[in-house]
Structures are given as structure tokens and as C-alpha cells.
Design a protein around this ligand. Structure first.
Ligand code: KIV
Length: 269
């Protein structure tokens, strides 16, 4: 299927929902992959704080810093003008609205991002409203919110019980009222994610939230098969680059040890 012209501003995301055009979002942390992803196939790049786990090897996202996010987002922006959102890391927006404005402002100013993403529901609505009023587009994030992994007792599906489902629906409404331009739903049962999506004007972007969302997001390194030990049910791998890297390193080692590399073609006379 050919891709439609891609969104240029955060407002285009709601227009895509209205036009029933699914939103395609991928995480991206560097200029190299940003260059490869810069095509009409991909609508939005997310510089996720998952970078702290995927590239930096931490157990969770909690130790990601604002400087780290700015470093990665700046690298992505040097390679592409695509629509780019950046995760606000843990503690950069929860302490006070002033902090959130200052830190989100730094992200916008120093990286050229089109907006930020933050986690949380009704409690974060005043913060979202303050950012939006100051011209900073915001994507919300509900369901499994990785910055709350300890409070949630691990990486597990959220909203299975009736009261939790009702709370998530109320959170989604509060975030829409506060002005988010989209909402990530992570590890949410399909029926609940579908109901939330149907109840909102802004689009939902699911990860492990079924096919009723208005778009889908995956962590790039997971869907490329680079993060080989990460095999959650929702993840579909579209390449096996981990195996390709292993095979390439093996072939290189073979060539070096057998004297096949470097040969004349790869040497200077
Ligand atoms: O940090 C991240 O990569 C994310 C996505 C999983 C949505 O928040």
C-alpha cells in the first residue's frame, strides 16, 4: 500500500484520525536510523526514554536524564525534518508545572522537536494544559507507563479490572480536555483501547493495545530483531538484524584469522 503524504505538524495527527489514516510511529535515537526512516512510510519519530534501556543497557527508564534525551533528539533532528516527539524523562515534569515548562522548553529549544510526550493521567492534566497553553504540543501516555514500573508491579497489561478500566477512560478524557494531540496506549486490552479510541477526537497510538487504536508504535530496535532477548507477545519482528550482526562478526573473524581480509581490493598500493 502506498503511503499518504506524511503529517507535518502535530495538528495533522487529529486530521489523520478523522480521515481514518492509521498513524505509523517508530522510536528513533540517532542520526543513522533517522536517515533510514526518513520516508513517507513513517509518520512520526519518537525519541523515547526507552533509549535508556535499549542503548544504554539500564533495567528501566527511570535513570534517563534530560541531557540524554536532548543529546539523542538533537542527533535525530540533524538527520531529518520529520515530525519528532521527545519523551520527557522521569522527574523532569512531575515535581512542578514550572519544572515541566522549563524542561519541555529546553527540549523544544535545543533539539528542534515538534513536541514532547509525558506519562500519566488526570494528575498530569494541569501540567499538560500549562505546556499546551505555552505552545508546546504534548502526547500523553497511559496504560503501562514505564516510569511507574515499580508502582505497577512490573511490565504487565493494565486496565483489566472494571475500576482500572474506568479510571483509564477518565484519564484519557482528562488528557484530551487538557489538550494532548495524541495518546499512546501501552499494554492495554484490545476492547478497552478500542473503546478509549472511539471516545476521543485525538488519535490513540497503541503498543500492545490491539488493532482498535488509531495508529501503532514499536521500538525500532525490537522490531528489527536487534534486541533479541525481548520477546513480548505484542512484538512482531520485521527483520532479524541481531542474527545478521552476529553472522557478519563471525565472517569478519574468519576472514581475519584465515588471511582472506584485507585482500588487494581492500588495500592501498
Ligand atoms: O520510550 C518509548 O520508547 C515509548 C514507546 C514504547 C511508546 O514510550
Amino acid at each position: 500500500m502506498t503511503a499518504d503524504p506524511r503529517p507535518r505538524t502535530p495538528l495533522d495527527l487529529t486530521a489523520m484520525k478523522a480521515a481514518h489514516r492509521p498513524i505509523v510511529m517508530l522510536t528513533c535515537y540517532d542520526a543513522l536510523f533517522a536517515r533510514l526512516l526518513d520516508s513517507p512510510d513513517v509518520d512520526v519519530l519518537l525519541v523515547g526514554d526507552s533509549v535508556n534501556q535499549v542503548l544504554a543497557g539500564h533495567e528501566n527508564t527511570l535513570s534517563a536524564t534530560l541531557d540524554q534525551m536532548i543529546y539523542h533528539a538533537s542527533a535525530v533532528r540533524r538527520a531529518t525534518r520529520m515530525l519528532m516527539f521527545v519523551d520527557l524523562p522521569f522527574l523532569s515534569y512531575q515535581v512542578s508545572v514550572e519544572d515541566a515548562i522549563r524542561n519541555a522548553g529546553r527540549v523544544m529549544q535545543e533539539t528542534g522537536a515538534n513536541g514532547v510526550k509525558l506519562e500519566g493521567g488526570q494528575a498530569m492534566a494541569p501540567t499538560v494544559a500549562a505546556l499546551v497553553e505555552r505552545g508546546i504540543p504534548v502526547i500523553g501516555h497511559l496504560g503501562l507507563t514505564p516510569q511507574s514500573v515499580h508502582a505497577l508491579g512490573g511490565y504487565r497489561v493494565q486496565g483489566r479490572e472494571a475500576d482500572a478500566a474506568a479510571r483509564m477512560q477518565a484519564d484519557a478524557r482528562a488528557l484530551e480536555d487538557a489538550g494532548v494531540c495524541a495518546l499512546v496506549l501501552e499494554l492495554v486490552p484490545t476492547a478497552l483501547a478500542t473503546a478509549i479510541s472511539a471516545s476521543l477526537t485525538i488519535p490513540t497510538v497503541g503498543i500492545g493495545a490491539g488493532r482498535g487504536c488509531d495508529g501503532q508504535v514499536l521500538v525500532l530496535h525490537d522490531m528489527l530483531g536487534l534486541n533479541e532477548s525481548f520477546t513480548p507477545k505484542f512484538l512482531k519482528r520485521y527483520a532479524e538484524l541481531g542474527a545478521a550482526v552476529r553472522a557478519a562478526a563471525h565472517d569478519f573473524a574468519d576472514d581475519v584469522r584465515s588471511g582472506r581480509y584485507p585482500d588487494a581490493k581492500h588495500s592501498f598500493e
